[in-house]
Design a protein around this ligand. Structure first.
Ligand SMILES: [Zn+2]
Length: 200
């Protein structure tokens, strides 16, 4: 059983948002075209409390912080219940079966859709063994979700034209893709995935 995972395709990560990814909104086309090919479509949302430890200006006890990056490095983004945290309006949300909120724990970085969520259990309950991963951003939440999925034993295909990166440093997206491949993830373009599948 295959599932489509849409990572954090939210207003704040798209042009005009609080933490915009260049061309972030451009992933809508390839994602929407894939929706009918999957029986299960899951979208994650970055869903932070207003005082989340990743936000600039929030004081964090380093002893309590759980993350690979330091705390307090990102502009305030994806605060629970705000417009910026909503899924992007170009996404055909009627075809999303389950929304998983992540990043809710103040003291955890929360990049991965599997961290402190029921995503892993949900996928196992539904008999999923392969995930097709799309979303934002390649070099943070997509990468960490893919690496966790591999650790948990899922086969993973990253949809290369349905992701975009933040690129804090030039080349970050390319390095993230290499890291995902080294962990056993495959890469494919949406048109090839659609061609190989009959509509669900
Ligand atoms: Zn976040």
């Amino acid at each position: 059983m295959d599932a489509l995972l849409i990572v954090d395709f939210q207003n704040d990560f798209c042009p005009g948002g609080a933490l915009p990814v260049a061309e972030g909104d451009r992933i809508a086309g390839p994602i929407n075209e894939l929706l009918d090919s999957f029986e299960l479509v899951v979208a994650t949302r970055d869903w932070h409390p207003p005082d989340h430890g990743s936000f600039v200006g929030v004081e964090v006890d380093p002893e309590k912080w759980e993350g690979t990056d330091p705390p307090s490095i990102w502009p305030v983004h994806c605060v629970q219940g705000t417009r910026g945290a909503e899924l992007h309006p170009d996404l055909d949300q009627a075809k999303v079966d389950v929304v998983i909120d992540k990043g809710q724990d103040r003291w955890s970085q929360g990049y991965s859709g599997f961290q402190h969520t029921r995503l892993g259990d949900l996928l196992r309950e539904r008999g999923v063994d392969r995930l097709f991963v799309t979303g934002l951003a390649t070099d943070y939440c997509v990468k960490n979700s893919v690496l966790d999925a591999r650790r948990l034993g899922f086969d993973v295909t990253v949809v290369e034209d349905a992701i975009r990166g933040v690129e804090v440093e030039p080349g970050d997206s390319e390095r993230a893709i290499e890291e995902m491949k080294a962990a056993g993830a495959e890469l494919a373009r949406s048109v090839a995935i659609r061609r190989d599948r009959t509509p669900a």
